[in-house]
Design a protein around this ligand. Structure first.
Ligand code: ADP
Ligand code: MG
Ligand code: MG
Length: 886
């Protein structure tokens, strides 16, 4: 109800810290205002009573002529939000009291400067006047006086400026600047209420899923002045280094200045440590307060403070933002200090931070030339030659060059270039721009919105300002650049890349217990160990070969949740697949299958060996067959050319016919998955035989294979029953032949809405379900992922229709409710049914929490995401433990 700022101001007051007296109007008042269009009836009197108490305490009245009480009016919602109203300082000042303020402070210039600031801030944020008008007036005043900065304007100049500002207010609003202090305050309060519904604030809330009816609180805070001379000043500080987590003195201080000057960057700040020299008592008091705050909040805090003539005042504090590395370090440091326990430490970090720590990084110690900085849109470190169009990107990458695609902004036409590039750099657009969305979807490094870089695609060059701010650096097509998607930095030339120590640790090449272990690795190790102890969800890997499986195991995988067999049909084996597709007779087809069988079997033997003792879910062939045939256009051209030369190749002709026959308008919804198994005789049987024989071979070699056979794209139980029957026969044969009990189970993917809706029936024939949330998302939304992500997702994200792509984070309400239903229905039919997820969502932090909630047994994700899933599964479990005990 007090909003973040108000709650923390109250908390600091209760801790006995020096906070300028004031009071907070709660969000309740704002809610009434938003509902009814006017302030609640009691508000006026209540504010009056609290103001009177404040005046009593301060020994002066708001705006009183001889030495006025001045206040700031500050917005502050539960979640800090860009787009909310800016703070108005110096409320209460008027023609009548400006002289009194000067007398009280003994400083004429200060008083007129304060009045000038009030009219300017009030004019802009409360009255909605274009801020440039005030800025222009200041420029004119400086010119008239022949000075460069506004601190060189004297009392008389500022008095003139105040007159000019009052004129602007009259011209722009048709009325005078309000002289009644209480009216100033009430108008400012109302403006804060109104700012809850500005366009920007609403968009931000939609995207961040912040409820629109929370409302904002308003803080009325008596003014303290950091601009009263050299013994005054203002600053910001952190209780520890937000970059490394180290404890120490971190912050900036600006002598003789008010809060907004620090942000405006009019003068250079000095490091906070300097304050010790400038004002030792205040410095020592500040250090003590910082310790109090850390002990109280049990976390890193950031603070705003002001010193008025040697007296320290605390103006704000909150739990501070930090880098991913600092988050892990700080969490374990706090455990060591006895401030928090391990369960709490686990909540202080998250999977996104862990993922960030796992990307390779540019070597910070290597010399590099910084060209500029943009938005860190998709993490990673990419190096390549600059290209400025998609065509060149594709052409160069085909000839083996690594390229960085540089565009002003990207659009769907750039897709091929983005695929070909190592990374993408744009000078326009934010985190939801086309470049950012598509790059994230592809897992490709991207820096977007680097506005200080000028991209000229016609001249094929990028221009940056040199570090000294004077010269220009031109990057031509073919010059090497390095982009850092984790920091947004863009460098000229090749910056060397170093592997992440955290990955070295997961790979087992670095040990957390070693003498020289990095403190980050130690922190990650401790938190991971705790997450593994408390999590309920098991974590498996999506891996298709023994090499990936081995890595997944090192990363902590407890099995394979999805082995795609289509990769086993590519390369040299493609020809066998062609033969299978072209087969006219049963004999031809059986020949082709017969040739594929030993190859598949060998793949499975390796895989089961790598995952010995752990479950391996093998999915039978899923993609449409034309994916294994040559491209229709290329083949048509080849055939046409051959015909014109009158030497048509028989095989090519047959292939072309097959390609035409298999061509589909919507392959995603066509002949694929279980449908292939039902219409191509012997295909699934061959795959099942390969699995069964591989399992038998491993058992004979005293291994412990735990294969699970998974049927894709089932929509109705009849499909599954059909495949089961055939598979059952094959397995029985293999068992008879080997004399082994193979313990194979057969289950299905749930990736069509109909499958989810009829899960109760499907569970009769399935020993396990694995939710294929990619296809399920496509079919529930009617989205073809490849098409929509590249074309209109940007618009959807910008309009706030969803805050995050449903392919990144599971759509709880839609796709999620089908999952929930299928879980319940499946368990009702078959109580012990094993339930997992193998879509990409299995490695997405938020989605993992959802899968924990609905009670799945495991999530499966790409090997690299396994640590993230382990961590988030631990956090989800710790969270629900916490809420149980509360
Ligand atoms: P924000 O949410 O943008 O940080 P704040 O309400 O904290 O907005 O105020 C903006 C600036 O004004 C900050 O630098 C803050 O320290 C300063 N400020 C706010 N209230 C007062 C006050 N009563 N006295 C002096 N400075 C203040
Ligand atoms: Mg602030
Ligand atoms: Mg699928």
């Amino acid at each position: 109800m007090l909003g973040g700022k108000g709650a923390n101001l109250a908390e600091m007051t209760n801790l006995g810290l020096p906070v300028p007296p004031g009071f907070t109007i709660t969000t309740e008042a704002c809610k009434v205002y938003l509902e009814t269009g006017s302030e609640p009836a009691e508000l006026r009197d209540e504010v009056g009573a609290h103001l009177a108490a404040l005046e009593e305490r301060m020994g002066k009245k708001l705006g009183q002529a001889d030495g006025p009480l001045l206040v700031s009016v500050r917005s502050g919602a539960k979640f800090s939000m860009p787009g909310m109203m800016d703070t108005v300082l110096n409320i209460g000042l008027s023609d009548a009291s400006v002289a009194g303020l000067a007398g009280q402070a003994g400083d004429e210039r200060f008083a007129w400067d304060s009045y000038r600031r009030l009219i300017q801030m009030f004019g802009k944020t409360v009255l909605g006047i274009d801020g440039d008008l005030f800025e222009e007036a200041i420029e004119e005043a400086k010119e008239a006086k022949g000075v460069a900065v506004d601190v060189d304007l004297g009392a008389e100049d500022l008095r003139g400026l105040v007159e000019r500002f009052k004129g602007i207010v009259r011209e722009e609003t048709g009325r005078s600047f309000p002289q009644d202090p209480r009216e100033q305050m009430d108008l400012a309060v109302r403006a804060v209420f109104d700012s809850w519904n500005t366009e920007r604030a609403r968009l931000y809330r939609r995207q961040e899923r912040i409820p629109g009816d929370l409302g904002t609180a308003v803080n009325i805070c008596s003014m303290v002045f950091g601009n009263l001379g050299p013994d005054s000043g203002t600053g910001v500080a952190f209780t520890r280094d937000p970059a490394s987590g180290q404890q120490g003195v971190y912050g900036d201080y600006l002598q003789n200045a008010q809060g907004e000057d620090v942000v405006a960057g009019i003068r250079n700040t000095v490091p906070l440590a300097e304050l010790e020299r400038l004002d030792r008592p205040s410095y020592q008091q500040l250090m003590q307060i910082m310790e109090t705050l850390e002990t109280h909040y049990k976390d890193l805090c950031d603070i705003e403070f002001t010193i008025e003539r040697g007296k320290l005042w605390m103006l704000q504090t909150r739990v501070g933002k930090r880098t991913a590395g600092a988050a892990f370090r700080i969490a374990t440091q706090l455990v060591d200090q006895g401030l928090i326990d391990e369960a709490e430490a686990l909540q202080r970090v998250n999977g996104a931070q862990l993922a960030q720590l796992m990307f390779p990084r540019f070597d910070e110690s290597a010399p590099s030339e910084l060209l500029g900085r943009g938005i860190a849109a998709s993490p990673g470190a990419a190096v390549g030659k600059a290209v400025f169009d998609s065509y060149t990107a594709v052409k160069w990458s085909r000839s083996g060059e690594k390229v960085i695609l540089i565009r002003r902004e990207t659009n769907p036409d750039d897709l091929n270039g983005m695929i070909a590039a190592e990374g993408i750099l744009t000078s326009r657009g934010g985190k939801t721009s086309h470049a950012a969305v598509v790059a994230r979807g592809m897992g490709k490094t991207c820096v977007c919105g680097a506005e200080e870089l000028e991209v000229d695609t016609k001249k094929r060059r990028l221009t940056a300002t040199s570090p000294d701010g004077k010269g220009r650096i031109v990057v031509e097509e073919g010059d090497t650049v390095s982009i850092d998607g984790s920091t947004g930095q863009v460098h000229l030339g090749e910056v060397p890349v170093v592997p992440s120590p955290v990955v070295e640790y997961f790979e087992g090449r670095m040990h957390a217990g070693a003498e020289d272990a990095d403190d980050l690795v130690r922190a990650v190790h401790r938190i991971m160990a705790y997450a593994d102890r408390v999590r309920r969800l098991r974590v498996r890997a999506n891996a298709d070969n023994a090499q990936d499986a081995a890595r997944a195991r090192r990363f902590g995988a407890q099995g394979i949740g999805l082995c795609r067999t289509e990769h086993m049909f590519l390369g040299e084996r493609r020809e066998l697949v062609e033969r299978l597709i072209l087969a006219d007779t049963d004999a031809e087809r059986e020949d082709a299958l017969e040739a594929l069988l030993p190859l598949q079997r060998a793949d499975f033997v390796e895989l089961f060996e790598a995952m010995d003792g752990l479950p391996v879910t093998v999915r039978l062939l899923d993609p449409p067959l034309h994916e294994f045939l040559p491209d229709i256009t290329e083949l048509s051209v080849r055939v046409a050319l051959a015909e014109s030369r009158r030497d048509a190749n028989e095989n090519d002709l047959r292939l072309l016919q097959a390609v035409h026959k298999l061509h589909e308008q919507n392959p995603m919804l066509g002949l694929r998955g279980v449908r292939l198994g039902l219409v191509i005789p012997g295909l699934f049987a061959m795959q099942v035989r390969a699995i069964a024989e591989a399992a038998a071979e491993r058992r004979t070699a005293s291994g412990d294979p735990r294969a699970e056979i998974m049927i894709p794209l089932v929509g109705t139980v009849q499909e599954l029953e059909f495949v089961r029957e055939e598979a059952g026969r094959v397995i029985t044969e293999a068992e008879a032949a080997s004399g082994q009990d193979l313990k194979l189970t057969i289950g299905t993917m749930i990736e069509l809405p109909r499958a989810a809706l009829t899960a109760a029936q499907i569970a009769e024939a399935a020993e396990f379900f694995s939710f294929g949330t990619n296809d399920l998302t496509q079919t529930v939304w009617g989205f073809s992922r490849d098409d929509v992500e590249a074309s209109f997702f940007t618009a959807y994200l910008e309009k706030g229709i969803f805050g995050v792509s449903p392919f990144e984070t599971i759509d709880r309400d839609g796709v999620g409710s089908l999952v929930r239903h299928a879980v319940e229905a499946g368990r009702a039919t078959r109580p012990g049914i094993k339930l997992g997820v193998c879509g990409e969502h299995g490695g997405d932090p938020e989605s993992v929490h959802f899968f924990h909630e609905v009670g799945l047994d495991y999530v499966s994700c790409s090997p690299f995401r396994i640590p993230v899933a382990r961590l988030e599964a631990g956090r989800a479990a710790a969270e629900s433990l916490g809420s149980d005990s509360r």
